[in-house]
Design a protein around this ligand. Structure first.
Ligand code: MIG
Length: 667
């Protein structure tokens, strides 16, 4: 059951389209305090807190302080409080079980036992929000109700579940040709190559560099003929330049964010000085979205939206203030206090909280200061694209994922988990984030495999790929100044071919589970506690996940480990696919084990009386035979069944009953 409460007058987020009637009951469980702008819950020692979407730390969020404040945080570590997304949904699991959603577009903080170990304190930056309290029969039920409330998740095309190669620094068509050639020569599976800002003409949105990518439509066709899709990036900031049509149209129609005096707000990002489309203004959103057509018309079928927190290197006005202040030190000695002031002025130039107070949105004719709606910007950029795709190609799925997000955006696109690092800790974080993102409706998601920043190593790459084969977005992406990490540059090509190949073998299951999770408002990745609520040990497991209905995974995330400890909450069949093509099976009883896992082994666990459909694999999603699947199963009853979802992967005939069939396996 869902109860809605209203405090003040919130600025509409459209996270929820069909709002339930307001409840006249008292709010249960929480102490609501307008004076301190807080919601408070006294946790018991054993309560677990799940959710909050994109954040650092564990599956159980206890013991830290988090903020919903979309932020570009490429160097995030254990103590980072805010990342790219703002997802105000959490579930309390203990003596009481309930979900809380705070629909509020400004900054919210969650002190989950950080200040006092049993205090959960949620603080809002002002008192205009809607509160939803959700009770249910189980954790899964609470999440499902929430998901039904926020509406069906975005659905990616099937090719978007193929393996993608990306890197910031493929500067011309030949760079991409080279990638595709290498993949082909070495028979490494691949479905897409991502195009980073390098493809743009002087970093301008919706343009293509004429010399680096001459005759782009032909190039896209050439790739398509090999069944490779090109996926360009779109940035939030629009370069300010006379003669650049996107800028000129936006300026002429008043579609950019404004300063208090009505002039265009200027902030610098990659192309230099930029204007920011007012994604919260309906007309501006429609206009911005229509521009994706420029690339759709040239053979593009997917995009990723970047820098939409929005990330601002510096605000023009702020830079002038700093320069002025810095000048005042000229000729003086920088005493220690001055030194810190001086230094922090420059350090604080990017994504500065005060700069978010300098500009305004036009929401239905009303000027709203950005900081009050900060968390809606990336959401509405992606919504601009999603709504445009509905208008421009209503019957076709377009790949779309974003960096920044708010709940509600999940209806228009997926997300990638932003800039991470080639750190083992970020491999674990990738795993731990999956279920909390699923809870908030983000099903099409994944992290930059191998790590974006820093130099990766071959073993990290292999281990990370071995997790990536399960995540709907499976993309190897890295930063221009980091070590290159295309699989063909490492020693053990056979190992990479085997692991990536396993994705294609598992695709019937992965796609089926992905689609069912999106269509039926379920989680594809679940903490063990969600599946085994009566097993107190299951709730302690922070590094294993259930993937869909029949599978448990236990990835290795420690360097030089040759295996790991695994907890089995019930009897399961362990399946091991080795690089040499052999497959081992072993039935294991409930309990703790140390499992050896070679660098190139793919190991997962099948639940009792469950079935996993697999294919023979392929080099492209198109090669995969989804009809004649082989069943991996662990059957102790007479028979085990599996509800198998399969469709053409491109159109939107989701409800067609023919898409769902029952597969049966016997003992
Ligand atoms: O500030 O476009 O997260 O994936 O490669 C860096 C360059 C800007 C950040 C994205 C990353 C992308 C990079 N972008």
């Amino acid at each position: 059951m869902i109860k809605r409460y209203k405090y003040g007058n919130m600025i509409e987020t459209e996270a929820i389209l069909a709002k339930p009637e307001l409840s006249s009951d008292e709010v249960s469980f929480l102490t609501v305090n307008e004076e301190t702008k807080t919601l408070f819950y006294k946790m018991t020692k054993d309560d677990h807190i799940y959710g909050l979407g994109e954040h650092v730390r564990g599956i159980n969020k206890r013991g830290w302080f988090y903020e919903s404040k979309c932020r570009d945080e490429p160097n995030h570590k254990e103590d980072t409080c805010a990342l790219y997304g703002a997802h105000n949904f959490l579930v309390v699991d203990g003596e009481e079980q309930f979900g809380i959603f705070i629909d509020y577009p400004g900054i919210v903080s969650f002190d989950v036992g950080y200040t006092r170990s049993n205090d959960l304190t949620i603080t809002l930056s002002d008192w205009n929000f809607d509160l939803y309290m959700i009770s249910g029969e189980s954790l899964k039920d609470i999440v499902k109700q929430f998901r039904q409330l926020i509406g069906r998740s975005y659905i990616a095309p099937l090719w978007g579940l193929g393996h993608g190669q990306s890197r910031w620094g493929y500067v011309c068509a030949d760079d991409i040709r080279e990638v595709v050639k290498k993949y082909k020569e070495l028979e490494l599976p691949l479905d897409s190559v991502y195009m980073d800002i390098d493809y743009m003409d002087h970093l301008k949105d919706f343009t293509i560099h004429p010399e680096r990518f001459p005759e782009f439509p032909k190039f896209a066709e050439e790739m398509k003929a090999q069944n490779i899709r090109l996926v360009p990036i779109i940035d939030a900031g629009v370069k300010i330049e006379d003669g650049y049509s996107i800028y000129e149209e936006g300026a002429k129609n008043g579609y950019f964010c404004k300063n208090a005096d009505g002039s265009i707000f200027v902030g610098a990002v990659w192309p230099g000085k930029c204007a920011f489309p007012d994604m919260l203004n309906k007309d501006a959103r429609e206009w911005f979205g229509n521009n994706y057509k420029i690339l759709l018309d040239q053979g593009v079928e997917g995009f990723w939206n970047d820098m939409n927190e929005p990330s601002i290197f510096y605000a023009e006005e702020h830079l002038q203030e700093i320069q002025k202040h810095a000048d005042s030190y000229t000729g003086n000695q920088l005493m220690i206090d001055h030194y810190w002031t001086y230094k922090s002025m420059f350090d604080g130039m990017s994504n500065n909280a005060d700069d978010y107070k300098r500009f305004y949105h036009n929401i239905n004719g009303e000027m709203v200061r950005h900081d009050k709606v900060h968390n809606l910007f990336g959401y509405n950029m992606t919504r601009a694209a999603g709504e445009a795709f509905e208008r421009l190609c209503p019957d076709k799925r377009i790949l779309m994922f974003s960096r920044a997000s708010y709940i509600g955006m999940h209806r228009y696109g997926g997300i990638w988990q932003g800039d991470n690092r080639s750190w083992w800790s970020h491999l674990l974080m990738n795993l731990q984030m999956m279920p909390s993102l699923n809870m908030c409706g983000f099903i099409y998601t994944g992290a930059d495999l191998g790590g974006f920043g820093s130099n990766t190593t071959e073993d990290l790459m292999l281990r990370w790929m071995a997790l990536g084969i399960y995540t709907p977005l499976m993309r190897n992406h890295s930063c221009v100044d980091s070590r290159r990490q295309e699989p063909y540059l490492f020693e053990d090509i056979d190992g990479f071919r085997h692991i990536i190949g396993m994705r294609y073998k598992l695709l019937p299951y992965i796609y089926s589970e992905y689609m069912k999770a999106a269509l039926d408002d379920e989680m594809m990745f679940r903490p063990l506690a969600f599946e085994y609520p009566d097993d107190p040990l299951a709730a302690r497991v922070e590094d294993q996940l259930m993937v869909g209905d029949g599978m448990m995974i236990a990835p290795v995330y420690v360097q030089n480990a040759q295996g790991r400890y695994v907890y089995l909450p019930e009897s399961m069949k362990m399946i091991r696919f080795k690089k040499d093509g052999t497959v081992d099976e072993e039935i294991m009883e409930k309990g703790h084990y140390y499992v050896e896992i070679d660098l190139t082994d793919v190991v997962f666990f099948v639940r009792e009386n469950h079935v996993i459909p697999m294919s023979k694999g392929g080099l492209r999603v198109d090669d995969v035979d989804f009809e004649n699947v082989e069943l991996i199963s662990y059957v102790t009853a007479e028979e085990a069944t599996y509800e198998y979802y399969h469709d053409d992967g491109l159109s939107k005939d989701y409800e067609n009953p023919a898409n769902r069939t029952i597969l049966r396996a016997t003992k």
